[in-house]
Each structure stands twice: as structure tokens, then as C-alpha cells.
Unconditional design. Structure first.
Length: 369
């Protein structure tokens, strides 16, 4: 067990900049395609105070938010992402925490990519962290995790010996069990997953879970029994190179039981709009291209709460977009791009995190900060 006090971090956010979400046209589009400015939510942008790339994000409710990223960065907010305190374990100061799962302001799990792949647990608000999973293989690389409830969860990683690594927990992440090798999804040569936003894997009610892949093949892998067995569906997103594929998936409707969205593209060609966003209503058996698409590569997509108008938000290095419904396509929201976006598990708060320690809250159009 490693006991470490959190670094105090006061003056936690720098000056806030409000980026108006005008529903503006994407670069190259005409103004007539823009949504009415009065109806559009807007981004309230701020900074963590450290020049780090943030990719891990867990919005527990309208008050508690956990974020994580490179250089061992882990931080906790208890005021709805208006300010944060660092909770970085010093002995992991060089690690890149690409995903984080918070359950309340005391208990959270952080996922470190690279070898050795690790998952850490805190039960005291980040004052101390202890490893609960470790994989020593030099090629191990965890991509993300998600939870059905406070006890049952799943994590996955890039292929080992030709099969995607899958881990499950039934005790809130205190211990993890690797799915037997024979039952793991078999990867094509050159197929892998992306740890870009923590949303390349999503769970749905009844034990259903899906994760997306890319590289030589873009696919959606789906399990109906909490990760015990898997089947794959081809995904039509950009693929064929190691930098392209499915980067994020999300489900709409109650508990994600409705339409699913998959976004991605090629992060090395982040202004390219072709093959970056598709929707499916039958778990990937058929796909519909979303038109107009987002304004380039996108690493995360999330269903929006009704309080913010419903629909979808998607973000990536080239900007952020909104959609009232997939049938009407995406509207360009802002040139401010982020790595990840998540909505509150319980509540209406929506938070984005990105490069340079940047964070944002999505606020209703015309509302104060």
C-alpha cells in the first residue's frame, strides 16, 4: 500500500474564458447551415494549472468530477468542475493515466497505460492509492474501462498473443480477473484499440458491453454476458492505417438502449471529415453515415442530458460539435478541441478535458457561468 498526501493546489483554475457555442458552420460551410445562436449551449473553458494532456474523465454527479492524464496527473473537483485539487500519487508521477472511474468523492480507479499496465484504487479521496491490477508484459497496453454499477466493471487492452486483453471485476475494482485467453476477442494483424478518451469501451444494461477498434480493421466488438463471450461487427469508419478507426462509442435512449454512435477517423489527418461518424440502431449490423458529419477527427462522443437539449456532443483535436439528432447531422460548436467529454452519471453536468490542462463545462445558451 502506498500512502501519499495530495499536493495542495489552490488558485486551481486560471481565468475562465467563455467560448460561445453559436452553432456556427464548420470551416468551409455557409452560414445558412448554422443553428440559431440563442438556442445553442456554450463552452465555459478553464485550465487545470498544469501543462499536461488530460484524457481520463469521470463525472460522477453535478458536484464530483475526477480527471487524469499524463505526468501522473489525477485531480478531483467537488464543486462541479469549477476548481480542482491534485491527487497525484508521487511514485507514479511519470505514468500516463488515460482513464479514470469515480464512484463518489472518496473512491475512484485510475488506469495507467504502458508497461507495466496498472490499475490503481483510492478509497480516501486520493490521499492514498494502491495497485489492484498489474501486467508486466512489455507489450501490455490498457485502453479503458467502464462500469455497470458500483461493483461490476470491465477493462480492456490491446492484443496479447493475438487476442484483446479483457479484465472483469465484481467488487468495485478491488480485484480483477482476466478473461480466459480462448474467450477473448481475436484481433486481425495490425488491429488495436485507442486510449484517447476512455470512451472506446461502453457498458449498457443487462450485461451488454461494446468496444471499438482500428488500425488495419475498424470493428465493434460486443458481449451480451458481461464480457465472457464476444462477437464482432465491421465498422465503416476510416481504417487501414494505425492512426485511424473507432475512437469512441456512445448510446442514446434510456441506459443506452436506443441508437448508438461511433466516432473517430484518423488523428493524423484531423481536419478530414470523411468516415468520422456513423450511427447504428441494430448493434452494428447496419450503419448510417451522419450528415453533415463533425468537422474532422473526433476522439469522444457523448449523449447529452435533456437539460442541455438532448442530442449529442462530440469533440477532438480539430474542434467540438453538437447534434440535436443524428438525422439532422452535426453543427460546429467551437474551434476549441478536447480529448474527452463525459456527462454526469447522476445529474446534468457535462465536462470536457484536453491538451494543455484545458477543461470545459457545457452550459445552456444564455446562462451565466
Amino acid at each position: 500500500m502506498m500512502l501519499r498526501k495530495p499536493f495542495p493546489f489552490t488558485g486551481l483554475f486560471a481565468a475562465i474564458t467563455v467560448i460561445a457555442a453559436t452553432g456556427a458552420p464548420a470551416p468551409g460551410e455557409t452560414e445558412k447551415n448554422a443553428a440559431p445562436a440563442a438556442a445553442a449551449p456554450r463552452l465555459v473553458v478553464s485550465r487545470l494549472g498544469q501543462d499536461v494532456s488530460l484524457r481520463g474523465l469521470s463525472v460522477v454527479d453535478d458536484r464530483v468530477v475526477w480527471v487524469s492524464g499524463e505526468k501522473g496527473t489525477i485531480a478531483l473537483s467537488t464543486d462541479g468542475a469549477k476548481s480542482f485539487q491534485l491527487r497525484t500519487p508521487p511514485e507514479f508521477a511519470t505514468r500516463d493515466f488515460r482513464d479514470i472511474e469515480g464512484f463518489d468523492d472518496r473512491r475512484a480507479l485510475a488506469l495507467a497505460v504502458g508497461a507495466p499496465a496498472r490499475i490503481l484504487l483510492t478509497t480516501d479521496g486520493g490521499t492514498s492509492w494502491r495497485p489492484v491490477y498489474r501486467n508486466e508484459r512489455p507489450e501490455s497496453f490498457l485502453d479503458g474501462f467502464d462500469f455497470w454499477d458500483d461493483r461490476r466493471g470491465i477493462a480492456f487492452g490491446d492484443p496479447l498473443d493475438g487476442r484483446f486483453l479483457v479484465l472483469t471485476t465484481s467488487d468495485g475494482g478491488a480485484s480483477w480477473t482476466e478473461v480466459p485467453v480462448a474467450d477473448r476477442p481475436a484481433a486481425f494483424p495490425g488491429e488495436a484499440a485507442f486510449a484517447a478518451s476512455g470512451t472506446s469501451i461502453r457498458v449498457f444494461p443487462g450485461g451488454r458491453v461494446a468496444f471499438g477498434t482500428g488500425g488495419t480493421r475498424a470493428r465493434l466488438w460486443i458481449s451480451e454476458d458481461y464480457g465472457a463471450h464476444w462477437q464482432s461487427r465491421p465498422a465503416p469508419l476510416r481504417q487501414g492505417v494505425e492512426s485511424a478507426g473507432v475512437f469512441s462509442i456512445a448510446g442514446g435512449g434510456v441506459g443506452g438502449t436506443g441508437e448508438w454512435l461511433a466516432v473517430g477517423g484518423d488523428y493524423r489527418a484531423d481536419k478530414e471529415r470523411r468516415e468520422v461518424a456513423f450511427a447504428t440502431r441494430d448493434r452494428g449490423l447496419t450503419w448510417t453515415a451522419i450528415v453533415p458529419p463533425p468537422a474532422g477527427f473526433r476522439s469522444a462522443v457523448e449523449a447529452l442530458p435533456a437539460a442541455l437539449g438532448g442530442g449529442w456532443i462530440t469533440t477532438g483535436t480539430a474542434g467540438t460539435d453538437l447534434s440535436a439528432a443524428t438525422a439532422s447531422g452535426f453543427r460546429f460548436l467551437s474551434v476549441e478541441g478536447f480529448h474527452a467529454v463525459r456527462a454526469a452519471k447522476r445529474g446534468d453536468l457535462v465536462v470536457l478535458v484536453g491538451a494543455g490542462g484545458r477543461l470545459a463545462r457545457l452550459a445552456p445558451g444564455g446562462s451565466p457561468n
